[in-house]
Design a protein around this ligand. Structure first.
Ligand code: AHR
Length: 342
């Protein structure tokens, strides 16, 4: 609860002739959360923002101070310092990139404000600078996608074909980029696939399209496009089609993606995206659970990975194996898309 707000409420209540005790009791229950969001670069991000806003609502007993950093770390640093000044109860940070957080998180720690990291990770020298993290295993997402490609090519009798991949990467230095790129690079090496180009599409549709256009001009042998999120895939598909090429199982190029948003899965249903690996954005209730446990004085997991699914155009590949774990692949249907929340 912010001290300044209590003072203001007390002043207003006294003027209105209300009992100061009642006001204190009501306000005491409100938990103030400062949330520094990356931006609004993708459909995934929009769903994530919506999940946080609907969870940390007044009705649920929260005051949410939301800040959109427009994909810039300096804006996130300013937002966190503002949250500290405002004496919020909790800081929630969805970091744009992994590095560069030590100083500001030390400031939050010195102010006694717990920090919960959500979605992407931070790379800090001292992990006591944050209380808990919840998000995706981005490398595993990349490994699952690549295991799918391997199994699909084998099943289609294309196991010996020359595979020329391009990688439209996410924001460089973001965990989602680092993990998905690593998953791709390791599998390409293992399977003898060529990565003919890699450039960032910054997780946006516009940049995904621009990058794909330039890659198509440079290379005439691309047969797989690995997009590190759905919005980049939408842009890449537009660029490929505009260049007179066909995407899909019977086309020239297979497009792969991550996120499994409604629009992404709709393109998976048509085969334009051949395989789509889930990255779940519905973190609001997960962060709320952490805060509730902390409020009750209970221990919380330092690191919590979310379970995620995989969807493909058809049922050619039913499961993939990464390490010693099997993961189901679901052939997408309109019914599945209609039943999903994002
Ligand atoms: O960090 C999660 C990634 O960020 C999602 O894949 C992407 O769509 C978002 O912008």
């Amino acid at each position: 609860m912010k001290k300044k707000m209590v003072t203001a409420l007390l002043a207003v209540s006294m003027l209105a002739g209300l009992s100061a005790v009642n006001v204190m009791a009501a306000d005491d229950d409100t938990i103030t959360v400062g949330f520094s969001q990356v931006g609004a670069e993708s459909d995934w991000r929009t769903a994530n923002t919506e999940s946080m806003k609907s969870t940390f609502s007044e009705d649920n007993g929260y005051e949410l101070i939301f800040d959109d950093a427009q994909q810039k770390q300096e804006n996130q640093l300013t937002a966190i310092r503002n949250f500290i000044q405002q004496e919020v109860d909790y800081i929630v940070l969805a970091p744009v990139t992994e590095t560069g957080w030590d100083t500001v998180l030390q400031e939050a720690k010195d102010a006694g404000i717990p920090v919960i990291i959500v979605d992407r990770m931070v790379d800090v020298s001292d992990d006591s600078l944050y209380t808990a993290w919840v998000g995706s295993n981005f490398k595993l997402e990349g490994q699952k996608a690549m295991a799918w490609l391997d199994a699909y090519l084998e099943a289609k009798g294309r196991g010996d074909e020359e595979i020329n991949l391009v990688d439209i990467q996410g924001t460089i230095g973001a965990s989602a980029q680092i993990g998905r790129t690593e998953g791709l690079e390791e599998a390409a090496k293992e399977n003898g696939w060529n990565i003919v180009d890699q450039q960032t599409g910054e997780f946006t549709q516009a940049k995904g399209q621009e990058v794909m256009e330039s890659m198509l001009k440079k290379h005439d042998n691309i047969n797989v496009v690995y997009c590190e999120n759905d919005n980049e895939a939408f842009g890449a598909i537009d660029a490929i089609e505009a260049a007179g090429k066909k995407v899909g199982p019977d086309g020239d190029i297979l497009v792969m993606s991550f996120d499994t948003t409604n629009a992404g899965l709709t393109d998976t249903l048509s085969g334009k995206i051949i395989c789509n690996t889930e990255c779940n954005p519905l973190h609001g209730p997960r962060v709320q659970e952490i805060i509730e446990k902390l409020e009750a004085g209970e221990d919380v997991d330092k690191i919590a990975y979310v379970d995620e699914e995989m969807f493909a155009f058809d049922d050619t590949v039913k499961t993939v194996t990464v390490g010693d774990k099997d993961f189901d692949v679901t052939a997408i249907s309109q019914e599945i898309i209609d039943g999903r929340a994002y």
